[in-house]
Design a protein around this ligand. Structure first.
Ligand SMILES: CCC(=O)NCCS(=O)(=O)O
Length: 349
């Protein structure tokens, strides 16, 4: 048994699982997303280069990835700190910060935010999607990648002694690239050694979540301790959702607050509204999956902060929970989704 067994590992050290409270299992507090810049439509170049202003907010909400400055969440530490204080006031206890290598993880900032706000922050180990892999990463063996991920959890990451408490979000594209497959196998091997939680960013195809789970399974990963993120934009057909749910991972709806007409990374996708997300939660609860559901906002750009007219980190607690209750999800089930399920997932075996 390791010192982590039965505990949760935050950026400030180990805590008892009961200390977590309400937990958003997929957020970012500081990161950059330039890897996903979408060139603006012809004629929109001026808007894309202009400072963020009230009169352009609707354009920004509909074209969040075409505005370079919007992709730099790392410039908003003070605003994020204010929002975390509001999150605590709204009843929030913890946040899983999913920034991994490739999108500018900054562990000292995460630790400072946790100290300044009292919110427990759990940091992510491992690598984001292939386009952010360095040449060095691509050349690494599965064994080397495993050693690095294990070390980020046991000893600290990015030259600091600050330890990660989950592996992920591990980035995958569609089709899954060779480099991503190596990282997935390393993730499974590291999870076997550590007994730790894992969280996955699937590619944007309905087949992607299942394929990732198969790769993890073959490499010995613990699927019951693995979260599949971004189901909102990945599996829309209810039958396919049930087929995927049977594979046994946690099922995460983590784009609450995102209302987007044209999803630029896959124009075939109709991004659901928050009301439709809640309908999906109701469906999964009725199908018996209340122990496997997790929810979050996945804030990763500036425009989703309240400073820029966005919904902020408290949207779920303030607006979505009442909606869930009004649609027949019980308080006990809400507590499972926000407290019990995150707690079980985040506790080291
Ligand atoms: C780093 C943040 C991230 O990957 N968010 C997911 C965005 S999307 O793929 O669901 O559009």
């Amino acid at each position: 048994m390791s010192e982590r067994s039965g505990k949760v590992q935050t950026v400030l050290g180990l805590i008892e699982p009961d200390q977590l409270g309400r937990t958003m299992t997929h957020e970012h507090l500081t990161m950059t997303f330039e890897c996903s810049h979408v060139p603006p439509a012809p004629g929109d170049e001026g808007l894309a280069a202009a400072p963020i202003e009230m009169k352009h907010l609707h354009w920004l909400q509909q074209n969040p990835y075409s505005h370079q400055e919007n992709l730099l969440l790392n410039q908003e530490i003070e605003a994020v700190k204010e929002e975390l204080l509001c999150y605590r006031k709204a009843g929030g206890g913890s946040i899983v910060e999913n920034t991994t290598t490739g999108i500018n993880r900054n562990l000292p900032i995460l630790r400072q935010l946790a100290k300044d706000t009292g919110v427990h922050v759990i940091a992510g180990a491992g690598y984001y999607v292939d386009v952010t892999h360095s040449d060095e990463t691509r050349k690494m063996t599965v064994e080397k990648l495993t050693d690095i991920i294990v070390s980020e959890v046991l000893h600290g990451a990015d030259g600091t002694e600050i330890r990660c408490g989950v592996i992920g979000e591990i980035g995958t594209s569609w089709p899954i690239t060779e480099s991503e497959k190596k990282v997935l196998r390393a993730t499974a091997h590291a999870q076997t050694q550590l007994g730790c939680p894992v969280i996955i960013h699937p590619g944007r195809d309905t087949a992607a979540p299942g394929e990732v789970i198969r790769i993890l399974q073959e490499a010995g990963g613990d699927i019951s301790k693995t979260v599949m993120s971004h189901l909102d934009r990945t599996i829309y057909d209810r039958q396919e959702l049930l087929e995927f749910a049977k594979m046994g991972s946690y099922l995460e709806y983590d784009l609450f607050g995102t209302e987007l007409l044209n999803y630029p990374f896959n124009l075939r996708v109709d991004m659901p509204s928050d009301s439709q997300r809640v309908q999906n939660l109701v469906f999964l609860v009725r199908e018996g999956y209340e122990d496997r559901i997790l929810i979050a906002h996945d804030i990763h750009t500036k425009h989703r902060l309240t400073k820029y007219g966005g919904h902020g980190y408290s949207h779920i607690l303030e607006n979505i929970v009442p909606k869930m209750l009004s649609r027949g999800i019980t308080q006990n089930q809400v507590d499972k989704i926000l407290i019990e399920n995150p707690k079980h997932w985040l506790t080291f075996k």
